[in-house]
Design a protein around this ligand. Sequence first.
Ligand SMILES: [Mg+2]
Ligand SMILES: [Zn+2]
Length: 183
Amino acid sequence: MIEGSGISVGRSAAFLDRDGTLMEDSGFIGDPARIAILPGVADALIALAEAGFERIVVTNQSGVARGYFGEPDVVAVHRELARQLAQAGASLDAFYYCAHFESDCDCRKPAPGMIARAVAERDIDLTRSVVFGDRGSDIALAAAVGIPGILVNEMPAYAGPTPFHRAPTLRDGVRFFLDHVHA
Ligand SMILES: [Mg+2]
Ligand SMILES: [Zn+2]
């Protein structure tokens, strides 16, 4: 709240996909030992933090609904991911995951439920926020809530919705966003 103005000013947020964006996508991951953080991710998160962006993970984890692992395993992976990032001086502010599959949930990307919850729970200003992800569902998520979606992958065969921008890595995508969009 700006004092005396009556205007609530929410925080800007970077909504980050997990698998394939922050860490290697090696299938359904329910074991913290399988975490492999991608190169440059810590630097990207530090740059986002310095620019005033909350770092909020939004990840589809249908391995829960499929019975491959439980929600405590998802939480354990997130705790270990945060621990490893902290060793590199980086941090994440919140984790949201969708545990569902083939149900009518409102949170499995590209449905906007996880972002809607984050906005409500964390006083996020969507108009100053952005999505980073490696798949079409991430870019469709960004479109669903009307914010830029930056595709970070090197897949030659990408066939999803047209992203706001495309970069080979999260670090490159964040650099572009902070230099050309946020600035
Ligand atoms: Mg992904
Ligand atoms: Zn869901």
